[in-house]
Design a binder for this molecule. Structure first.
Ligand code: SF4
Ligand code: SF4
Length: 232
């Protein structure tokens, strides 16, 4: 593995790093090195698993942020779709009904809101066929980009076991572009920042945390009271 294969996914806040070596020890692929008294991520080795962000007690590691790019898209005259990962109910437990979340996302300027669960259903059917045709060898799901990077770059002998199928995110992007036209811009919103490096066909990727940070509290309260009025 000698070349960069995706854009940088994790960064270090230089002023916050105390060079405690925790992230160096905890990185599963030894992608962090102390350079000039800072724990720097070596992008060519990073699989985007997020462990260093989780274990750093100083908040000195942060993932790639895309909110500025998404806001630029929202200001444009393009039609924009938000495709939400199926895990959203686990993240937005404070939103009592999924329709409220749809309203919140629409109020940010998105023209369409769709569930990636639909894409997952489509992909599941393909997996069934693909596994049946694997001569009993089984397959490794290619849905998780961190796993795919890990296998491609650290265990190339397993590449032939990776399912040759699009992820639900990519399948849903293709479905939306087929339905609304290729000019449609698609923003995937999900739990994992590794998705930001998965596919160029997806125009932008936001994490749930980025979405949450972009929803003003007043708007959330307003939508909540509107929802209660409409359903009382
Ligand atoms: S865990 Fe955080 S503070 Fe410790 S070396 Fe890594 S980035 Fe620096
Ligand atoms: S995201 Fe994972 S692979 Fe990348 S530097 Fe952090 S711990 Fe290592």
């Amino acid at each position: 593995m000698s070349h960069a294969y995706h854009r940088q996914l994790v960064f270090t806040v230089k002023d916050k790093c105390r060079v405690c070596y925790t992230c160096v020890r905890e990185c599963p692929v030894k992608a962090i090195k102390i350079i000039k008294t800072q724990a720097e991520v070596i992008n060519e080795r990073c699989i985007g698993c997020g462990n260093c962000v989780k274990v750093c007690s100083q908040g000195a590691k942060y993932p790639l942020r895309s909110i500025d790019e998404v806001n630029e898209l929202l200001k444009s005259d393009k039609k924009i779709a938000a495709c939400i990962a199926p895990s959203f109910p686990a993240e937005f437990t404070d939103v009592p009904d999924y329709r409220m979340l749809v309203g919140m996302i629409r109020s940010l300027g998105f023209d369409y809101v769709a569930e990636v669960a639909f894409g997952a259903d489509m992909v599941a059917r393909e997996y069934e066929t693909s596994i049946k045709n694997s001569n009993g060898l089984g397959q490794i799901s290619s849905d998780c980009p961190a796993i795919v990077y890990f296998i491609r770059h650290y265990h190339p002998e397993l590449v032939s076991y990776l399912a040759p199928l699009a992820s639900p995110m990519l399948a849903m992007t293709r479905i939306m572009k087929k339905k609304y036209g290729n000019d449609l811009k698609v923003v995937f919103i999900g739990p994992c920042f590794a998705k930001k490096a998965e596919a160029e066909e997806v125009d932008e990727v936001l994490t749930f945390r980025e979405l949450r940070d972009n929803l003003p509290d007043q708007q959330r309260a307003l939508l909540y009271s509107q929802f209660q009025r409409n359903h009382s």
